[in-house]
Structures are given as C-alpha cells and as structure tokens.
Design a protein around this ligand. Structure first.
Ligand code: NAP
Length: 250
C-alpha cells in the first residue's frame, strides 16, 4: 500500500473547515493538524486532529513536533511569508488556495518552486478548472463560434465574478460578453455558451458546497506528489492528467 501523504492545513475559517472535512475523510491523506491564527490546541469536534494557534506555536516548532509532507493553505496572504522558508528548507509540498496574492507574494511563491513543489490557485475547484480547459479546447477547434459567458450568484454579490473574468480572458473574448445575474442564494453558477451556426454547446458549472475546495486541494496534492520541484497552476496539473489520458487512448 502506498504511504499516506501527511498534511497540515493552514486556515480554519469558512473554507478551511470544509476542506478539513474532505481531507480528514480521504484515505490518501493523514491530516496531522490544522493551524489558525489563535487557538488553544483544541481538538477538531469530530476527530482528534489538533487545531493549533500559530501565535502560540510558530511554524518551525510545529513542523518539528508534527512533521508533514504537504501544507494546504486556506488562510491569508501573510501566512506564506511565515512558513515559506521552512517549507523551502524541509522540501514540504505546498498547495496554496489564497485568492488575493500580490505580485510580490506570487513572485515569492514562485521562488519556493526552486526548492520544493508548489501549486497556487485562486480558484481551486476541479469543476471550474475542467470547464476552463474544455472551453479553451473548443475555442481552439471552433474559433468562428460566438461565445457568451453567463454567471449567476446570490443577490448581494456586488462585483462581476472573478472566475467569469478569467474565463473571458482565457478564451480571449471581451468582458462585455459576460452576463451577470443576481438573485436568491445561488452559491456560484458559470456557463460558457458556444453559438455555432447549426448547434449550441453549453458548458455549465454549479458550486454546491465549499467542500468542493477540498476536492480540488486533494486533486492538487495527489498530482503534486508525482511532480518534480517547481511552481504549478491548477491548469498545469489538470493538463498533466488529460495529456496522460489522451496518450493512453492512442
Ligand atoms: N482558491 C479558492 O478557490 C478559494 C476558495 C475559498 C477561499 N479561498 C481563500 O482562502 C482564504 C480563507 O478564506 P475563508 O473564506 O475561509 O476566510 P475566513 O473565514 O476569514 O478564514 C480565514 C482563516 O485563516 C486563518 N488565518 C488568517 N491569517 C492567518 C495567519 N497569518 N496564520 C494562520 N492562520 C491564519 C484564520 O484564523 P482564525 O480562525 O484564528 O482567525 C481563519 O481560520 C482566503 O484567502 C480566500 O481567498 C480560496
């Protein structure tokens, strides 16, 4: 049997709690601890996984006491600088889901890729990343088709979805092709519509629960474990799987 990947999770807020549910229940991983800003090493309510406050126990001590193979970060941009050099020194894999890295943060994360395996993704759901790759392929195959992007979110979301903007950018269509609808409590709906002269293709992704972030982190961990040191995006990891699958089919 292959060895479980020992994982430390940083961040135990709205996303981190859902991610802990997924990683804690996945037999491929051994979720050793969860770190947040401040805590008294309270155990997870349903498990004996310790929840540790970084203000009480810094990362170097934490890694000495409870070694891990991988770190999954759902906290804040500043954490990267608190654990970065330890991750580099110890060769710990890093899956960072932080959406708001500055250019400098990203440059630093890239630099860690010289010494260990790093993946950063501002959108870590497997489904959205698959939709983007599939849409990119169809756009290449049918550059003549009209493209429209529809995004739907809960009533109070003020801005246009960043994911919809990324889709538009990737497909090289104008942001004007994005239609935003706001109503009810929709968690997140993205749809790319390809209008051909004699047919229509719709690629749709619906977010249902935050646990989807955990599924994405689990995918990234498994893929990174088979990569060389370097800096990767979610696309890079997904394309590795797709390429391998296509080659096998030939
Ligand atoms: N890539 C994606 O698809 C994706 C999806 C969802 C969220 N995210 C990102 O995940 C992060 C968290 O989102 P959220 O909605 O869960 O936020 P949240 O509810 O505010 O939770 C943030 C968590 O991070 C912890 N934290 C913050 N700074 C820390 C530090 N310096 N050291 C250790 N722990 C720290 C907080 O600790 P305390 O509990 O002690 O305050 C809290 O547990 C954000 O950066 C967000 O952009 C990304």
């Amino acid at each position: 049997m292959t060895q479980k990947i020992r994982v430390g999770l940083v961040g135990y807020g709205k996303a981190g709690k859902a991610v802990a549910n997924i990683l804690g229940a996945d037999p491929r991983f051994d979720l050793r601890w969860i770190a947040r800003r401040s805590a008294n090493a309270e155990p997870h309510p349903d498990t004996d996984i310790p929840i540790i406050g970084i203000e009480q126990q810094p990362f170097d001590e934490l890694f000495d006491l409870h070694p891990v193979d991988a770190l999954v970060d759902f906290s804040s941009p500043e954490s990267l600088h608190a654990y970065g050099e330890e991750v580099r020194k110890r060769g710990i894999m890093l899956v960072s889901a932080i959406s708001a890295y500055s250019e400098d943060d990203l440059a630093y994360a890239r630099s860690l890729g010289r010494d260990t395996r790093v993946m950063c993704s501002p959108n870590i759901t497997l489904g959205i990343n698959f939709l983007i790759v599939a849409a990119k392929l169809l756009r290449k195959a049918a550059p003549f088709a009209d493209v429209e992007i529809v995004e739907q979110h809960f009533r109070d979301k003020p801005e246009i979805s960043g994911t919809a903007r990324k889709i538009a950018e990737t497909l090289e269509v104008d942001a004007e092709q994005i239609t935003s609808l706001r109503f009810g409590g929709i968690v997140g709906h993205h749809e790319v519509i390809f209008g051909f002269p004699h047919q229509t293709v719709r690629l749709i992704h619906d977010s249902i629960r935050r646990e989807a972030f955990g599924t994405g982190a689990a995918f990234a961990l498994e893929q990174l474990a088979n990569c060389d040191n370097g800096f990767y995006t979610f696309d890079d990891l997904l394309m590795r799987v797709m390429r391998a699958e296509l080659l096998e089919g030939n």
